[in-house]
Structure formats: C-alpha cells, structure tokens
Design a protein around this ligand. Sequence first.
Ligand code: R5P
Length: 310
Amino acid sequence: MKLVSGTSNKVLAKAIGDHIDAPLTECEIERFADGEIFVRIGENIRGEDIFLIQSTSKPANDHLMELLICMDALARASANRITAVIPYFGYARQDRKTGGRTPITAKLVANLVAEAGAHRVLTLDLHAGQIQGFFDIPTDNLFVTPVFEDDLLRNYDTSELMIVSPDVGGVVRARSLASRLGADIAIVDKRRPKPGQSEVMNIIGDVEGRRCIIFDDIVDSGGTLCNAAAKLKEHGAISVAAYVTHGVLSGKAVERIAKSELSELVMTDSIAVDETVIKAPNIRMISIAPLLGEAIRRIANEESVSKLFD
Ligand code: R5P
C-alpha cells in the first residue's frame, strides 16, 4: 500500500502517513508557464494499492485538475488499485438543479473522478449523504461525529447542551450527534435570499438557558454560523459554539467569526489553513488524520470501515 499526496493539504497527508506509518510516495507536481499541471510519480508503483490524498478545496478547479491528472499518471504507471481520498469534496453544494438550466456539479465531479481512474473513493462528511450514490464506484463517506463527540464530552457538561442544526438540511447530521450525546436538538429556520447571503427567520426549539452547539458540514463566508449565533443568543442561549467539518473560510470569514457571538469554532483539518486561521482568537482545529488513517488501513486490509462508527 502506498500513499500519494496532491498539493492541496500536504500537512494532513503527512499526518495520515505518520498515523499509519506509511511515508508519502515521491510525487512531483509542477505547472507549465500557462498554468497546465505536470505530474511525475517518483518511484515504481506497478501493482500497488494506492491512496491518493487531495481535497478539492480552494482553488477548487486547480485542485480538482491536480487530482484527476495524478490519477491518470498513477493509472498509466500500472497501479493495481487507486483510492481517491478526498477529505473535502468540493462542488458538492450543487447536488440538484436549483432552477432551470443549472448544472449538478456534484454528479459531474463524481463522474470525472471515476473516469480519471479511481477504483474507489474515501471521503468525509459529504454535503448530502445521497452524493455517495453519484459515484458508480465503491465510496466510503466517513462521519466526523465520533471525533466531535469525544471533544464535546471533554469540554462540556452534556446535560446543558443543545445541538443546533443551522438549517433544515442539516437536521439528520445534528440528530446523530445529539443522540450520541443524549442531548436535545434545535433547528434554525434559515433562508438564502441570494447565493452567499443567509437570513435567520426563526429558531425551532427552546434554547433558553442552554449551551448551544451549532453542527454544520461547511463554514464558508461564516454568515450562516454568525447569524445563527446572534439569533440563539437573542433567544436566551447562555453560550454558542460551532463544530464544523470543513473550514472553507472564504473572504472575511475569519474576521467575521472573531467579531461574532461564537465562543469558539471547532473545525477539522480537512482543508489546509493559513496563518490567519492559526492565529484566530476563537478557532480551534481537531485533526482528522487518525480517522482517515484508520479508514485507509482498514480498506487496504479489506476490513470493515463502518465498524469505526459503531
Ligand atoms: C449549507 O447548506 C451548508 O451546510 C453550510 O451551512 C453553508 O455552506 C455555510 O455557508 P456560509 O458560511 O457561507 O453561510
């Protein structure tokens, strides 16, 4: 079994490698003058079971092309099996037609991944569970819930907790975390007047006197979390924190979160972060490397992956 990494999140790839005691296979990734991507695998991988780690995070198009081109190089170098390990699967929010003449990019990207040579996919908290079915190859969608559950148990008295879904689409996710903790759930009635803008209409559930934990898969502009936190406070919550799988954090998100009612934002390292995030006063990171490493080890040894969530 060999690990190969694209350039989107080398720190995470290295941490996964350390966890399962597998060094990263040498892989040269360069750009031609016009931006085209060149890849050369630096060692013999003929007949190997390859795990290629690459999040399709910002810049999404470059990282996606890199993933596809790496797979092409691996397939042409006679890898026996290629698993695309995509900790953050971008383009997933367009998972249905939102109007006439619009695309379904989640399906398009799933097709591209399989077409480029992936035999299987390993990913984490897909934006919607059904995206798993967009891949016509075996796909393991890991859940961050046990990792967040451990952290919450260490940091909170669960009897005070209220797990909050930031929108109706996230209720299943929030319920699964709440039931592991034996906590109640509340739901934010969120509307999007325009893409990139969110408005909180109401809170479903009594949050007065509770410590609220907003659980979401993505924080992008931060609008959803910051608006929900303000409304929860207005409704009497003692404190509001957010646990989010993928820190997309576009534009002024970090600044916005620092000025918000959120006591902290806890997120995984599925997407590489810069210094502003590391220095942010109320953002804390939890590594997903042990979970991904263990799943890779199990896939390589043909063991159950779902056992990780029992
Ligand atoms: C939406 O369905 C997602 O689960 C997130 O709530 C959303 O992508 C967050 O976006 P933003 O941080 O820009 O409000």
